[in-house]
Design a protein around this ligand. Structure first.
Ligand code: HEC
Ligand code: HEC
Ligand code: HEC
Ligand code: HEC
Ligand code: HEC
Ligand code: HEC
Ligand code: HEC
Ligand code: HEC
Ligand code: HEC
Ligand code: HEC
Ligand code: HEC
Ligand code: HEC
Length: 298
């Protein structure tokens, strides 16, 4: 055999042909020499039993996968809890007949195994979530739900979020749909920066920092902690920030958010200072002598 290969590699294929013929003649000449024992012959015969004497085993899932590789692969990658044998769902298969138009009839039914979609908390209160395949478009990857198929149905299941957006009107209700933000695929959480620029370019802010002031589903309900960096306020109130920095008083060290814990609210001096002067001074209009809180001109 080695010999034949080398000959072929040399491009001398015709020599190979000749040697094969020679080999056949030689093996014929010598085959009559050594007789084969009868026991071995019997064994060979047993091996070559007719296929009709063997048992047909049902196809394994791997075997289905050999022909239906895309389906197999989808289940392998994204099948989730549907990663079980094909035939548990496909009790029958290979019986589709275009003339009978029996496709829907022969396909597995969700209801065989799922009593209903309305029992679980996941489908909310709605009782009309059928047909299942209108959302779960591919039973071989049951949670691969295209956004387009549930766009108008978010509120059915996410009742608190839908209610919150409605209760606190903002442009996130009127100008943006749920699926504009939660785009691409179900469960996606967007970054504010895909649609907005920071109004305080001096301060690095991720979505979490934005949401410290703007709860995303009610963005105008602005609330922030006292520790908020005054530079964030400076993004819009540059003049005030500048004033506090220019004339250093003990108020320079106080954060904007400490004095104005609620946006737009003006604090009373007494909140922090109580009664600093004797009553006899009748010093009720603090600003008359101390100027405005941001520069405290005497
Ligand atoms: C959880 C149940 C379930 C499992 C498990 C399942 N299927 Fe399916 N399969 C279905 C349903 C339901 C349909 C019909 C889908 C439709 O009508 O759009 C289907 C359709 C098909 C189709 C025809 C449409 C297509 O996507 O090409 C093939 C082929 C198929 N399955 C093969 C398989 C193979 C092979 C396996 C195992 C590797 C498998 N299925 C596992 C439920 C299942
Ligand atoms: C030797 C290749 C081969 C094997 C193995 C095979 N199939 Fe198929 N199957 C096909 C072909 C070809 C079709 C028709 C074309 C198509 O729809 O992809 C088909 C169609 C189907 C269909 C849709 C039409 C119908 O009549 O049901 C289903 C469902 C299906 N196969 C399931 C399975 C399951 C489950 C297994 C394993 C138990 C399996 N097949 C094994 C080749 C195969
Ligand atoms: C042969 C039984 C069977 C059939 C038919 C079947 N399922 Fe399932 N399905 C299961 C089992 C078992 C689970 C896992 C247990 C559970 O969550 O209830 C499951 C889980 C699921 C899940 C959650 C998947 C995950 O990874 O969390 C979805 C979604 C689902 N099925 C949808 C469907 C839809 C839609 C159909 C019809 C097209 C269907 N199933 C048909 C047995 C089946
Ligand atoms: C309006 C769209 C829609 C319809 C119709 C629908 N589902 Fe769902 N289903 C979903 C969404 C969205 C999820 C959550 C997916 C996730 O967790 O990412 C879900 C989740 C599931 C789960 C997994 C829940 C869990 O907690 O494990 C099952 C099982 C399921 N659906 C079965 C069904 C069945 C059966 C039907 C038909 C009777 C059906 N669904 C109809 C949208 C739908
Ligand atoms: C049929 C019910 C159903 C529908 C319809 C539905 N969802 Fe969901 N959604 C769920 C379930 C159940 C979960 C929770 C999955 C989990 O906990 O893993 C979820 C998870 C989410 C999450 C991720 C939550 C987190 O904690 O990370 C977001 C975001 C989301 N859905 C947005 C939407 C939007 C936007 C729509 C409409 C385009 C929508 N959903 C439609 C049932 C649904
Ligand atoms: C302007 C963009 C935007 C819009 C519009 C929007 N969301 Fe969200 N949503 C987000 C962001 C960002 C988060 C992450 C919140 C967090 O991490 O606290 C979120 C979180 C969620 C969650 C996860 C649970 C939670 O509250 O943290 C669900 C569910 C959800 N949104 C559903 C919806 C639904 C339903 C709608 C439409 C009624 C909607 N969203 C509209 C941006 C948006
Ligand atoms: C998909 C795009 C999108 C995403 C993501 C988004 N927004 Fe918006 N947002 C808008 C649009 C559009 C408006 C209305 C026009 C405008 O004011 O720019 C808006 C308006 C606002 C407003 C003003 C609301 C009003 O009624 O005046 C605030 C505050 C806001 N967004 C904060 C955020 C925050 C914080 C995030 C991240 C958690 C975020 N947005 C994510 C699109 C988006
Ligand atoms: C310290 C609190 C605070 C933080 C942090 C904050 N904002 Fe604001 N944002 C405000 C205030 C206050 C307004 C003005 C409201 C008004 O006009 O009455 C505002 C207004 C907006 C508006 C409406 C349009 C405008 O510019 O007036 C958008 C959009 C917005 N913010 C997005 C964001 C984004 C995106 C982030 C994160 C990069 C962010 N905000 C971080 C407090 C904050
Ligand atoms: C996105 C821009 C923006 C940011 C950021 C911002 N503000 Fe404002 N602020 C405004 C606008 C616009 C007004 C005036 C409109 C109004 O009265 O609501 C205002 C009004 C105020 C007022 C009331 C002014 C008056 O005349 O009554 C105070 C106090 C105030 N802001 C403090 C703050 C503080 C403190 C921060 C930081 C935590 C901050 N602001 C962040 C835009 C902003
Ligand atoms: C959020 C609390 C807070 C509010 C509101 C506040 N202050 Fe102050 N103020 C302080 C703190 C803190 C100091 C520094 C005290 C110290 O170091 O003993 C201070 C110091 C002062 C001083 C001394 C300045 C110096 O540099 O020695 C004056 C004067 C003063 N405040 C006046 C006022 C007036 C007038 C108002 C109202 C317009 C006001 N404060 C509102 C917290 C506040
Ligand atoms: C008639 C003028 C006048 C009025 C009105 C006035 N103050 Fe003063 N205040 C002064 C003078 C003068 C001082 C002492 C200045 C110094 O020591 O540098 C002072 C000092 C202070 C100090 C600093 C005390 C310390 O221990 O350092 C505070 C705080 C203060 N005033 C708060 C207030 C508040 C709050 C009001 C309004 C309720 C007010 N003042 C009204 C004149 C006034
Ligand atoms: C010590 C408390 C204090 C601090 C710190 C402070 N404010 Fe004020 N702010 C006031 C008071 C009090 C007023 C009302 C005017 C007055 O009586 O002095 C005011 C008024 C304002 C006004 C409306 C009038 C105007 O001047 O535009 C804005 C806007 C404002 N503050 C923003 C800010 C911002 C932004 C910061 C931080 C950079 C800040 N404040 C820090 C106490 C404070």
């Amino acid at each position: 055999m080695k010999h034949a290969k080398r000959i072929r590699r040399l491009g001398l294929g015709w020599l190979g042909g000749i040697s094969a013929v020679l080999g056949l003649i030689l093996s014929f000449l010598f085959s009559t020499g050594g007789a084969v024992p009868p026991a071995a012959v019997a064994k060979e015969a047993a091996k070559a039993t007719s296929p009709y004497q063997m048992e047909v085993k049902p196809l394994s899932t791997i075997e289905c996968g050999r022909c239906h590789f895309p389906v197999f692969d989808a289940i392998k990658q994204h099948g989730g809890k549907h990663q079980f044998d094909c035939v548990r769902c496909h009790r029958q298969y290979h019986i589709y007949n275009p003339r009978k138009k029996n496709y829907d009839q022969i396909m597995p039914k969700c209801a065989w195994c799922h009593k209903s979609a309305t029992g679980g908390a996941f489908h909310g209160e709605n009782k009309t979530l059928t047909p299942c395949l209108s959302c779960h478009v591919d039973p071989h990857q049951p949670l691969g739900i295209p956004m387009g198929h549930i766009e108008s149905a978010c509120g059915l299941c996410h009742v608190p979020e839908a209610k919150e957006i409605k209760t606190f009107p903002s442009k996130h209700q009127t100008d943006v749909a749920c699926a504009d933000c939660h785009a691409d695929k179900h469960g996606f959480i967007p970054e504010c920066s895909t649609c907005h620029e920071s109004h305080s370019p001096d301060v690095e802010m991720d979505s979490g920092a934005c949401m410290a002031c703007h709860p995303v589903h009610k963005p105008l309900e602005i609330a922030y902690p006292k520790t908020t960096d005054s530079k964030v306020c400076a993004g819009c109130h540059e003049d005030v920030y500048g004033m506090l920095q220019k004339k250093v008083t003990k108020h320079t060290a106080v954060t904007c958010a400490d004095c104005h814990p609620k946006h737009g609210e003006i604090p009373r001096c007494a909140r922090c200072h109580g009664e600093p002067h004797p009553k006899s001074m009748k010093a009720t209009q603090c600003g008359k002598c101390h100027g405005i809180a941001h520069d405290l001109t005497m």
